[in-house]
Ligand binder design. Structure first.
Ligand code: HMG
Length: 391
C-alpha cells in the first residue's frame, strides 16, 4: 500500500427520521397479506421524514457525534453521497459543513450514482488518505427513498444517513485492495430531474442487481481478491433485506459453492437489523448493514467482511475489510438503537400527507411545519433558498 498506511473506517454513526410507518399499517390499508412484507421482502417498518427533515438534516445529525468525538482537526474533505439531491448545483454537503462548523479550509463535493455513491465516496476518501495519511475525510451518505403511493416499490421506501470518518490506522474496519468493479447501462431504476419519486422496473432491478453481483465477484477474483471462505460476514446493499439473501445465494451459486441456508444466515443475519426497520436508505444501506454487524453482540476481532455495493443504472463494487481488534470500544451501539427506537409511529393517513408534502415553487417565504425533535431542521424556504436551523 502507498505510504505503508492502513486506511479505513475510524468511526461510523447513523441517524434516521422522526417518524416510522409499520408495514402492518401499509398492509392493512392496501389489503396485502403482511407476510409478503415481513417474510417475502423482509421489512418490518420504514422511516418517514417530517416535513422539516431532509438529506441535509439527516446527514448533519449523523455526522455531528463524529465531530463531537474527534473534533475537526485534520478533516480537509467532506464527501456527500446522495441520490435524493435537493439542488442541481450546490452540494448538500456545503450546508452540512456550515451546520457542523467545519473549517473553511475544507473541500466539499456531492457524488451521485444511485445507491453506489457512498462507496465511490469511501474509495475517493481512501485515495486521499493514501496520498496524505495525516488527513481525515468525512463521508456522509444520506437519502430519502421515495416511490409513488400505491406502487409495488412503496413498501421498500425508507430514509437515513450514515457518516463515516475515514482515516489512516482506523479503529473500526481496515479497507483492503483490490476492488471488483462492474458497470452496465441498464434502466432498472431512475429518477428524471422533474420527478420526486423514482421510477423502477422492480423485477428488472432485481435481475440487474444479481448480474452485477456476479460481475463484481468475477472481477474481484481476477484482481487477486480473497477466496469466499475467508469472509465471516457480507454487507450487501439492502433495498429490502431479502435482496441480500437473493444476492448472496446468487454469488455462492455462480462461484460454484453450496447455498447451505444455515451458512447464508450466518453470513447475513447480523447485517439486517437496522435495514429491516428503517427501509431502503439508498446510499447509506450497505453501511447500515455494517453498523448492524458491528453493533451485534458477537466479537468480530480480525474477521474479514465482504462489501457489495450496488447502485441502479448500474454500478457495483465488491471489496473486503478487516475488523480491527478492539473495535468494540469505539462503537455507538446505544445511540444507534436510540435513533431507531425514538421514532414516533404514525398512521397511514399521516404518512400519505407527508409523502405528498412539498414546498411551493413560487420563490415566496414558506416556513416548514415543525415536526422534527432532532438537532437540525429545515426551517423553510425563502427566495428559493433553503434555510436550516440548529437547536
Ligand atoms: P412485488 O412485485 O409486489 O412483489 O414487489 P413480489 O410479487 O415479487 O413478492 C415479493 C416476495 O414476497 C416474493 O418472494 C414473493 O414470493 C413473496 P421471492 O419470490 O422474491 O422470494 N410473497 C410472500 N411471502 C410470504 N407471504 C406472502 C407473500 N406474498 C408474496 N403472503 C419489489 C417487490 C421488490 C419488486 C418491489 O417492492 C419494488 O419494485 N421495489 C423497488 C425496487 C427494488 O427494491 N429493487 C431491488 C434491486 S435494485 C436496487 O437494489 C437499487 C435500488 O436501491 C435503487 C438504487 O440503486 O438507487 C432500488
Amino acid at each position: 500500500m502507498s505510504n505503508g498506511a492502513t486506511v479505513g473506517i475510524h468511526d461510523l454513526s447513523f441517524a434516521t427520521t422522526e417518524f416510522v410507518l409499520p408495514h402492518t399499517a401499509l398492509a392493512e390499508y392496501n389489503g396485502t397479506p403482511v407476510g409478503k412484507y415481513h417474510t417475502g421482502i423482509g421489512q418490518r417498518s420504514m422511516s418517514v421524514p417530517a416535513a422539516d427533515e431532509d438529506i441535509v438534516t439527516l446527514g448533519a445529525s449523523a455526522a455531528a457525534p463524529i465531530v463531537a468525538r474527534h473534533g475537526t482537526d485534520g478533516i480537509r474533505t467532506l464527501v456527500f453521497a446522495t441520490e435524493s439531491s435537493i439542488d442541481q448545483a450546490k452540494a448538500a454537503g456545503v450546508y452540512v459543513h456550515s451546520l457542523l462548523g467545519l473549517p473553511s479550509a475544507t473541500r466539499v463535493v456531492e457524488l451521485k450514482q444511485a445507491c453506489y455513491g457512498a462507496t465511490a465516496a469511501l474509495q475517493f476518501a481512501l485515495g486521499l488518505i493514501h496520498r496524505d495519511p495525516t488527513q481525515k475525510v468525512l463521508v456522509v451518505a444520506s437519502d430519502v427513498s421515495k416511490y409513488e403511493l400505491d406502487s409495488p416499490g412503496e413498501a421498500t421506501q425508507g430514509a437515513a444517513a450514515v457518516a463515516m470518518l475515514v482515516t489512516a490506522d482506523p479503529a473500526l474496519v481496515r479497507i483492503e485492495d483490490p476492488s471488483g468493479l462492474f458497470t452496465a447501462d441498464v434502466m432498472d431504476f431512475w429518477r428524471p430531474n422533474y420527478r420526486d419519486a423514482a421510477l423502477v422496473d422492480g423485477q428488472e432491478s432485481i435481475g440487474a442487481y444479481l448480474q452485477a453481483v456476479q460481475g463484481t465477484w468475477k472481477d474481484y477474483a481476477e484482481q487477486g481478491g480473497r477466496p469466499l471462505e475467508d469472509f465471516g460476514a457480507f454487507c450487501y446493499h439492502q433495498p429490502f433485506t431479502k435482496m441480500a439473501y437473493k444476492a448472496h445465494r446468487h454469488l455462492l451459486n455462480s462461484a460454484g459453492h453450496d447455498t447451505d441456508e444455515a451458512a447464508v444466515e450466518r453470513a447475513l443475519g447480523r447485517t439486517t437489523g437496522y435495514n429491516a426497520v428503517i427501509g431502503n436508505s439508498y446510499t447509506a444501506s450497505v453501511y447500515l448493514g455494517l453498523a448492524a454487524l458491528l453493533d451485534d453482540a458477537e466479537d468480530l476481532d480480525g474477521q474479514a467482511v465482504g462489501f457489495l455495493s450496488y447502485g441502479s443504472g448500474s454500478v457495483a463494487e465488491f471489496f473486503a475489510g478487516t475488523v480491527v481488534p478492539g473495535y468494540r470500544e469505539h462503537l455507538r451501539t446505544e445511540a444507534h438503537r436510540e435513533a431507531v427506537e425514538r421514532r414516533q409511529p404514525i398512521g397511514h393517513d399521516r404518512y400519505r400527507e407527508l409523502h405528498e408534502w412539498g414546498f411551493p415553487t413560487d420563490g415566496g417565504d414558506h416556513p416548514t411545519p415543525a415536526g422534527t425533535t432532532g438537532p437540525f431542521r429545515l426551517a423553510g424556504i425563502a427566495g428559493h433558498k433553503r434555510i436550516y436551523e440548529k437547536r
